[in-house]
Design a protein around this ligand. Structure first.
Ligand code: SF4
Length: 301
């Protein structure tokens, strides 16, 4: 927890003393905050399985994406404070419910709390694969410290140009930072490995959310992955963009994906020959379904 005295967990490196009540960019305090937890069936098949992915939606975020579907808790701080014992209790509960893994969503500000809770699980001989579910905006140095904590990295790679990254998430330097982070994740965990039951045990999954008017950036990132890591990295191409939060009022962000944009990306995915991955079906005309959005604050399984 000493890291919180001068917090540099994410690339913003605020140097804030969170233990004394000061708040950095993400406004995360001294105690862990969780919006909701429970089995989640909307993740990639080797994570969700039949028992669900034991997902913990942490409050707060190190980015500020204008289209964030989770903004009530990521941007506005909805959630409940948990002690270290409380967080350990959540992990225990998810394990007892038969979840296939512990899926930590936006955990970066809470890494020390998670490590403390996981140490408790090890003492109790309670084990599950740990999924680090992130926007990709990560410090390489922080990831290095996670090598023996995390089993599966589930990371986004969203933009390839500074203008989009600045407009969309408030950080023009997102792409080089996220790409450096993925290289570190890949160095640590490598390709996705499945157990005899088909569930993920270790590895790296890169999610690419196709953004409206920005299919070229998804395509650039697909080429970057193929050139710098190779087609062995598992990819998950997402077509679910919905203009949530501040996006409805923003030109260029206020519509869903067009079929032509989706098909261009699908063509490149096929051409590059990735070995393993998933691609959401095009659902441009379907009603909005925001994963996790309808969950009640503080509710349990
Ligand atoms: S985790 Fe939060 S407080 Fe810490 S460096 Fe990042 S934005 Fe700042």
């Amino acid at each position: 927890m000493k890291a919180l005295q001068s917090c540099k967990l994410c690339p913003r490196r605020c140097s804030t003393d969170r233990l004394s009540g000061a708040l950095g960019f993400c406004r995360a305090g001294a105690d862990a905050e969780v919006f909701r937890y429970g089995p989640h069936y909307g993740e990639e098949p080797p994570l969700s399985g039949t028992g669900g992915s034991g997902t913990i939606f942490f409050s707060r975020c190190t980015l500020s994406c204008l289209y964030c579907q989770n903004y009530p808790w990521s941007q506005q701080g909805d959630g409940t404070t948990y002690s270290a014992d409380g967080l350990a209790g959540i992990l225990r509960e998810l394990h007892a419910a038969g979840c296939h893994n512990w899926n930590l969503v936006s955990p970066t500000p809470w890494i020390p709390h998670v490590q403390q809770a996981l140490a408790g699980m090890r003492e109790e001989a309670i084990e599950l694969p740990v999924v680090y579910n992130t926007s990709g905006f990560e410090r390489r140095e922080t990831l290095v410290d996670l090598e023996h904590t995390v089993d599966i990295y589930l990371t986004d790679l969203r933009y390839a140009c500074e203008v989009s990254a600045h407009e969309g998430s408030g950080r023009a330097d997102y792409a080089p930072i996220a790409r450096e982070a993925i290289l570190e994740m890949w160095r640590q965990k490598g390709p996705l490995q499945l157990g005899a039951d088909g569930m993920a045990t270790q590895g790296t999954i890169c999610r690419l959310l196709i953004l409206p008017n920005r299919a070229d950036e998804t395509i650039a990132n697909l080429h970057w992955l193929a050139d710098n890591i190779g087609p062995g990295i598992a990819i998950s191409v997402m077509a679910q963009y919905t203009p949530a939060f501040r996006a409805p009022a923003m030109d260029g962000w206020n519509r869903r994906l067009a079929r032509a944009e989706y098909e261009r990306v699908a063509g490149v995915v096929a051409d590059l020959g990735f070995d393993i991955g998933w691609m959401q079906e095009y659902e441009g005309d379907a009603p909005d379904e925001l994963i996790g959005f309808t969950m009640e604050a503080g509710s349990s399984i």
